[in-house]
Design a protein. Structure first.
Length: 131
């Protein structure tokens, strides 16, 4: 007691200690609980990515889930060159990897995450800017 005030340890509990207490039973960590939490977070993150991707017309998740792509129909070669210049310039400013493939009147745009952690919000923002 300090000056008539009761002080409890829970009053000073940090977010980390609350988090740790979720995974402890009898003073020992429960790795399966940690793994369950991570799996849940991963599922929620994937769901958010799919929802955002659905709002980007024409963009699709590539097999493996590490890239997204869009195929644009290109009739005029000058239009293809102008779009490619725009895309490359934007990718350079954003420091984002970009792959462009032109074949049979179609321009395929492929974006990969540079973080190695799959599709990120930054990558989806980049896709939205490319249109």
């Amino acid at each position: 007691r300090i000056s008539g005030l009761e002080t409890r340890i829970s009053d000073f509990e940090t977010p980390r200690s609350r988090l740790e207490s979720r995974y402890q039973v009898g003073g020992t960590f429960r790795p399966e609980r940690v793994q369950e939490e991570l799996a849940l977070r991963r599922t929620l993150r994937q769901r958010k990515v799919v929802e955002r991707l659905d709002r980007l017309p024409g963009w699709k998740l590539a097999p493996g889930g590490r890239a997204i792509g869009k195929v644009r129909a290109i009739v005029d070669p000058q239009h293809a060159a102008a779009y490619a210049a725009f895309a490359v310039s934007l990718a350079a400013r954003r420091h984002q990897p970009l792959r462009l493939t032109l074949a049979s009147g179609q321009l395929a745009v492929t974006l990969r995450s540079r973080s190695g952690h799959g599709i990120t919000g930054t990558l989806l923002d980049f896709a939205a800017e490319l249109g």
